[in-house]
Design a protein around this ligand. Sequence first.
Ligand SMILES: [Zn+2]
Length: 261
Amino acid sequence: MLAYDLSTVVGDLTPVTTLQQQLQRAGVQVEIHIGAVSPITGEGARVCGSDAMAGRKAWHIYCPAYTKAHQVYHELLHVRWYDVDHAQWLHGTPITDNGIRAGLMLLNNDLDHAHIVREEIAAYPEAAAYWASDFALLFAKRPQGDTPGDRQHRRLTLLRGWMTLPVALPEAGITHQFADALQAEGWMAQARRMSARVQAAGTDKAAGIAALREAMEADVPAAQFCAFSLRLPTAPVAPVAIPANVPGGTIASAITESPSP
Ligand SMILES: [Zn+2]
């Protein structure tokens, strides 16, 4: 058992250490750095983040000092989802440009959260308020306009929320706000079906994205930009020029915010 200094972490550490031990028994290497920032990504400055760099043996979790225990636990749940449960990664193909690549990272994270946020809240009920405010920020950013692009972006934003909210926060006010907005647009039945299919898909991200595309009634994100692997590719996948007038559009303009932890 590696002796991490978790002394400044706020809250009950029992679920954290139990999950650490479970990962260790499974042979998964995790290093937790409290009060440190990733030298590679800068993660850990404001909230917890993980480096899952391709080709590296260990996961590195970086958190601010005095971080809350549920946030460390959340990062360990991501690790377990990949290295014990063998979830697929959604990532770009060689022709995916960096804007779309960033959007795919967000969707990959959303598909993790559809499964792990419920577990985080089960272990740490105080995490419910954290996630309610995180989804309130996402809701506030949905476009209000009536152009086809605004409508598609709004639909994607609401569906992203609906991957996790009915599962993890079924009674929360923010969940009702997403539901009312989906209902008003006539997208609620598709959202419900997508959420059920994402839950049934589990670690199969390709099936999760297929469910999203059905609910979007569009090839979003465009299939030619999406790849699925059990490991992140060890060699960087270099983007090349995107052909003009790509059918199916892109999600680069639709997803611009930073990923949630
Ligand atoms: Zn996360």
